[in-house]
Design a protein around this ligand. Structure first.
Ligand SMILES: Cc1ncc(COP(=O)(O)O)c(C=O)c1O
Length: 364
């Protein structure tokens, strides 16, 4: 099997799953005592550890199930007024676009899409696309730190700097960023930042965080209102009903795993591998890279050869054929009248994985 889609859902190291199992066993030994007495301290310790990694403090950080949950919490807590404008990219993640449409209908919001050019020659084009969509009526901008489809990095700090003097609030959707990009959340100055721990940080599935600045935290509530309602951020998020909290508690094990590998080394190994793979594919397929390599990290989106009538149905057929005939798992996407693949690089991947993809699409 050639598994080239860590970006969607990747394997969790056994070391981390073992730590999660140990938390589950601890819960089952005395569930009442665990939930009422041990869990609050364990969650605080987890938030402290994660906060240190993200250059913020535990008071600014809530644990959530996933980035979708966090985006919903922010957007549903916001005091919208009819006619408010909200800006997000045309390539924002589908669940985020759906959440925005739902709220736009409910509150009479105007949705402005930043049109991200692709291919592009530099990050400034992304910043410009967001800034051009902002008007005097804009109340909130959702910025993708790494685009799901395009795999590009956005110059988030530049957009925050543009929005702050205008009083426009910024929610950063950094679903892919933790582990891949060095994050300094306090220094960044965004109002809210969500990131998944279950992607590139290698934590168990169902692990993500929501950062909120002191002003942005004031009226923020979890998507699930529960027993700690009105007890303030982030405590309200610490209890969302009876559920399995063991994944969250294994986040420190994921940080230990990456720490032992070396976080800088991890990033550089993945980026070098993604870059080598992208070069290999673009040479074999004779398709140009759609953006400078420094805008990508461990994922690269590049065009499939040929110029077919791109459609979602064709993309689905390509994806299924690659899996069924070649055991290659890679997302195939249709947009801007072309078909694209988004490759991921992870420490379990090797160059022959990408060679297999190159040949499966265009045999020598
Ligand atoms: C940019 C972006 N936002 C949000 C999400 C949703 O993440 P989750 O399914 O963990 O909520 C993804 C998932 O890949 C994503 O790429």
């Amino acid at each position: 099997m050639h598994f080239l889609n860590h970006g969607s859902f990747g394997a969790t190291p056994k070391y981390v799953l073992t730590a999660q199992d140990a938390w589950r066993a601890r819960l089952e030994r005395q569930p009442v005592r665990f939930m009422s007495s041990e869990l609050p301290d364990a969650l605080r310790a987890t938030r402290e550890r994660l906060a240190a990694f993200l250059a913020t403090s535990a008071e600014r950080l809530a644990l959530v199930e996933n980035a979708t949950d966090a985006v919903n919490a922010v957007l549903r807590s916001f005091a919208w007024r009819s006619g408010d404008e909200i800006v997000l990219a045309d390539h924002a993640y589908l669940a985020v676009r759906h959440t925005v449409s739902f709220l736009a209908q409910r509150h009479g919001l105007v949705v402005k899409l930043a049109q991200i050019p692709f291919p592009l020659s530099g990050g400034q084009a992304i910043t410009d696309a967001y800034c051009e969509a902002i008007t005097a009526r804009t109340r909130l901008v959702i910025v993708d730190h790494i685009f799901s489809t395009l795999a590009l990095q956005t110059p988030v700090a530049d957009i925050v700097a543009f929005c702050q003097p205008l009083g426009v609030r910024v929610l950063v959707d950094g679903a892919h960023a933790p582990g891949l990009l060095p994050l300094q959340l306090d220094a960044l100055g965004a109002d809210w930042y969500t990131g998944n721990c279950h992607k590139w940080l290698l934590a168990p599935k169902g692990c993500a965080f929501l950062y909120a600045s002191p002003t942005a935290a004031a009226s923020l509530h979890p998507t699930v209102i529960s027993n700690f309602h009105e007890q303030g951020f982030p405590r309200e998020f610490d209890w969302q009903g009876t559920r399995d909290y063991s994944g969250w508690l294994a986040i420190p094990a994921a940080l230990d795993f990456l720490g032992a590998f070396g976080i800088e080394r991890y990033r550089s190994v993945l980026c070098q591998q993604a870059s080598a793979a992208a070069r290999l594919l673009s040479e074999h397929w004779q398709t140009a890279l759609p953006a400078p390599m420094e805008l990508f990290s461990a994922m690269v989106t590049l065009a499939l050869p040929g110029d077919p009538e791109a459609s979602d149905e064709m993309a689905r057929r390509w994806h299924d054929r690659l899996w069924q005939q070649h055991r290659i798992e890679v997302p195939v996407l249709a947009f801007k009248q072309r078909l694209w693949v988004r490759i991921s690089a992870q420490i379990y991947n090797e160059l022959p994985d990408y060679e297999a993809l190159a040949r499966a699409v265009r045999p020598d």
